[in-house]
Design a protein around this ligand. Sequence first.
Ligand code: SF4
Length: 286
Amino acid sequence: MSAPRRLQLERTLLRQISRANRRFRLIEPDDLVMVCVSGGKDSWSLLDLLRRYERKLPYSFQIIAVNLDQGQPGFPVHVMPEYLAREGYAYRIITRDTYSVVKREIPEGKAYCSLCSRLRRGILYDVAVELGASKIALGHHRDDVIETLLLNQFYAGQLKAMPPKLRSDDGRNTIVRPLVLCGEAELAEYAALLEFPIIPCDLCGSQDNLKRVEVRELLAQLEQRNPGIRKNLLAAVGNVKPSHLLDPDLRRARWLERLAPARASAAARARPQSQLIPLSSLVRKP
Ligand code: SF4
C-alpha cells in the first residue's frame, strides 16, 4: 500500500466530509448512524471514513453497518460479516429476497435498478427504525449528485439533484449523504488502496442504467476540455438564483417574501392606537 498517498487521500476526503457536515449538519452528537453498506467502493469508503471522522470530532456518535442481502445469485454471503467482524464494526446483515420480486415484475431486457432500489430503500428504512438509528448514511458522492442533476434536466424536465440531508415523507427517517462533496475517482482510489472486499452490484444481471452511463461519458468528455466542470456543476446546485428561473411557484414565493416586510409595516401603521400598549404601563410602579 502506498502509505503517503493513502494518508493524503484520507485527509482530503475527511476534510470534505467535515465541510459537508458543517454546512448541512448531517451528523450530530449522540447520533446512531446506520451506514448502508452494499459492498461497493463508495459504501465501504463511507463506513471507513466515518469511523475515522468520529475519532477526530470533539463529540461522539455511534455507527452500525447494515447490509441487505437481496438474494442475488452468487452473492458471497460470508464476505461482509467476516470483514465487518474482523474490523470491529457493529453490524447487521439483513436477508430479503427482493431479487425474485424484481425478476418477476420487470420484463426481460429492462433494467431492474429502479424497482430494486425502491424495495431496498423501504426495507432499510424499516431496519433503521427497528435499530433506533437517528440517521441513515448513504454513500452517494459528488459525481452522483451532478449526474442526477443532469439526468433530471435531460430526461425528467426537473431542476433537482440529490439532497445531502432528507427527512423521509413519513418523518420516521433522516437520510444523510456525508460524501456529497467527495469525488468518485478519489473514493475509488481510496477503496483500492485499503483493499476493501468489493462485491459488484451486477450479480443480478441487470444492465447498468444506460442513461446514467451516457451522462457519465458526457461529463468525462466535457471535463477533458474544461477541467473544473464537475466542480462548477456542484457549486451551481448550492448557488441557485430563483429570480432567474422560470418556475412560477418559485417566483410567487419570492414575490411574497419581498412583500412581507412592507405588509407588516403597513399593518403596524394601520393598527388603532387603542391596541398599542402605552409605554407608561411597562414602567413598574413604586
Ligand atoms: S444492479 Fe442489480 S442489485 Fe444493483 S441496484 Fe440494479 S438491480 Fe439492484
